[in-house]
Design a protein around this ligand. Sequence first.
Ligand SMILES: [Mg+2]
Length: 362
Amino acid sequence: MVIPAIEVPLALEDVELLRVRLPLIEPFAAAHGVEHERDVVLVHVRGGGRDGWGECSALSAPTYTAECTDEAWAYLSTDAAVRVAASAGTAVSPDPEHPMAWCALEVALADLAGASPFSGGAAGVPSTFVIGHVGQLDRVVARARDALAEGWSSIKLKICPGFDVEPLRAVRALSSSISLAADANGSYDRAGLDPLAELEPLDLSYVEQPFSATNLVVHAQARAHTGVPIALDESVPSIETLQSVIDQAAADVINIKPARLGGLRPAYAVARLAVDHGLRVFVGGMLETGVGRSAALALAAQPLFTLPTDLGPSDRYFADDLTEPIEAGAEGQVTVPAGQSLVLPPRPERLAEVVVNRVVIR
Ligand SMILES: [Mg+2]
């Protein structure tokens, strides 16, 4: 597994790491765990009178992948950021064991260089209203009803064994025309093939990661035995694993996350390969602050991505985001931040309120 080398601008003077704890409006729960706040590491690079920002959006515990915030802070501050700070004018090779940390560095360095990996892109992207495990069925239905009233036309429910067919059926009953999807975060075992078959009449856009990340065979069987499109997220940490997914016909859809794949450029390469093999792609979310969310939206705005992104507006997650808020645009869309830089920078006064640790590496 290889992440492409990253060019470090000659102008780089230092790398500042900032750990922030940004309150979430409410805890966000999925099958693998609960986030009570967004505890993330920001990468701030400076040089030549310019700034660049990136976000390591690892979760607070190693539940989604092996990376987590404590580990990312230690790795960035003692290894990765030290190497980058010493490499001005040359290239560094990311360690594929730490894709989220390297994504933060890749994005910050591209931002410093004033070089987006992409040219152009849509001004707004269709977005999915994602409903975490909020409790009882009636609360899920109430959320879905509110989302429809606000104009969202795509809804995704986090599901798990025992909480799947009934809530999806209840949301589908609210509207026959919305795009409806589900994400199980790998929580089913092989017996989960039975409830999957029950989902067939609900016309789902996809069921994401029903089974464990390493079991491509059972995902291929699910595709062969049910008519429900299968999306993969945790199963695809690299372009090499995507090739295995293609070889085994294990998915219809791939969730593309720059954090999971080591940066914007490797994420785009994975999406390109998937689309070239007839799969559809969307950009997933990691509960990013506006820093990481703006970078991921630059990717989501590219025409390869034909399914709605999971990236929502800031106010779905934060009462007061780190950056200027990312807004909901026209109905069911999120506005891609426009401006000179790739990344929305944090507002200094908000950053000062939520930063809990800081180190500068020269
Ligand atoms: Mg997922």
